[in-house]
Design a protein around this ligand. Structure first.
Ligand SMILES: *Cc1c(COP(=O)(O)O)cnc(C)c1O
Length: 340
């Protein structure tokens, strides 16, 4: 039975081409750096984001935490947006793995103000922790994209104070699609970048951490420490190569479908679409419990073969991806009208 799954772009399935490439992948022991398919993926990834080197890691959380662990020393402080994934959705790992303290700052829907960042940098004082890193998130999982000017201004603050910038770019290709720029332009505004192959790009597993050669060499050893030294992992990297070569080129379609979905939802009375956060493949909207309870809405749509998440922080989030077509959206809209 086919479901239309709007819960996330992480639900995307590997394409037939990926499965074939995985079955036929040349492999070796990647801990010896002997896996030709992993080596190819890492070279290709580094080249695409305009960085010297890249490392294949099991997940986005792993890549972000590895970046913190590699950039910062124990007891240092990391300046980061208060609603960033690293703060909210990574199980407090930065305290456990890197042993850093997170200094959260307010964001404007995920966008960080460079002045606020600069003011949050600690001074040389016996009482204060040292600031070791600045983290930005782009695209942000609230559905927004930071501009190149905004990112550059934060990078300049980092350079002025000799503090590196890490970018959680889980959806950096969505950000590039939204801004209409080469992904290099975005990655250029950071010293390291993490991005996911397993979200809208449809690979089954894996993320990339990219940065300077020296940084990636250190990260490779720390990846081993974290238990992420993988063996014949070219099987997975083969799908990642197709994710980068092919799937990055079609994200525009997902963004257009998100806009279409938002427009159609907004025509339904009782639904308030948040148009200010519609930069990527995510549609956020509000609908009062008096119209339908969250549980009822989830269950009723499930009966019609549509999967959604329940309300979170007063909002619903629908995500478009390669598994959701225009006619799927028409069907979803029809079902919602019938239900409410
Ligand atoms: C999904 C996501 C991650 C983490 O990726 P996982 O592979 O789920 O660990 C990190 N940052 C952002 C912004 C994300 O959306």
């Amino acid at each position: 039975m086919k479901f239309i799954d709007l819960r996330s772009d992480t639900v995307t399935m590997p394409t037939a081409e990926m499965r074939e490439a995985m079955a036929n992948a040349l492999v070796g022991d990647d801990v010896y750096q002997d896996d030709p398919t992993v080596n190819k993926l890492e070279e290709m990834a580094a080249e695409m984001v305009g960085m010297e080197a890249a490392l294949f890691v099991p997940s986005g959380t792993f890549g972000n935490q590895l970046a913190l662990f590699t950039h910062a020393k124990r007891g240092q402080e990391v300046i980061i947006g208060k609603n960033n994934h690293i703060v909210v959705h990574e199980v407090g790992a930065s305290a456990v793995i890197a042993g850093v303290q997170l200094r959260t700052v307010d964001t404007d829907n995920g966008k960080m103000d460079p002045h606020v960042v600069e003011k949050s940098i600690r001074v040389d004082d016996i009482h204060e922790p040292e600031t070791g890193l600045i983290c930005v998130e782009n695209a942000h999982s609230v559905g927004t994209v930071m501009s190149i000017d905004n990112l550059k201004a934060i990078k300049q603050v980092g350079e002025k104070h000799k503090i590196p910038v890490h970018m959680d770019g889980a959806r950096i290709f969505n950000a590039a699609t939204s801004l209409g720029v080469d992904v290099k332009e975005i990655a250029n505004c950071a010293d390291s970048v993490m991005f996911c192959l397993s979200k809208g790009l449809a690979a089954p597993v894996g993320s990339i951490l990219a940065g300077e050669k020296n940084f990636i060499e250190k990260a490779r050893k720390k990846r081993k420490l974290m238990g992420g030294g993988m063996r014949q992992v070219g099987i997975l990297a083969a799908a990642g190569i197709i994710a980068l070569e092919k799937m990055t080129l079609r994200l525009k379609e997902d963004h257009e479908n998100a806009k279409y979905l938002a427009d159609e939802l907004s025509k339904i009375s009782g639904i308030n679409v948040i148009f200010g956060r519609l930069d990527i493949d995510m549609v956020f909207f509000e609908m009062r419990e008096e119209i339908i309870s969250s549980k009822n809405f989830v269950d009723k749509l499930f009966e019609k073969n549509i999967k959604i998440n329940g309300i979170e922080n007063g909002e619903y989030r629908f995500v478009t991806h390669v598994g959701v077509t225009r006619s799927d959206i028409d069907y979803v809209i029809k079902c919602i009208k019938d239900i409410i």
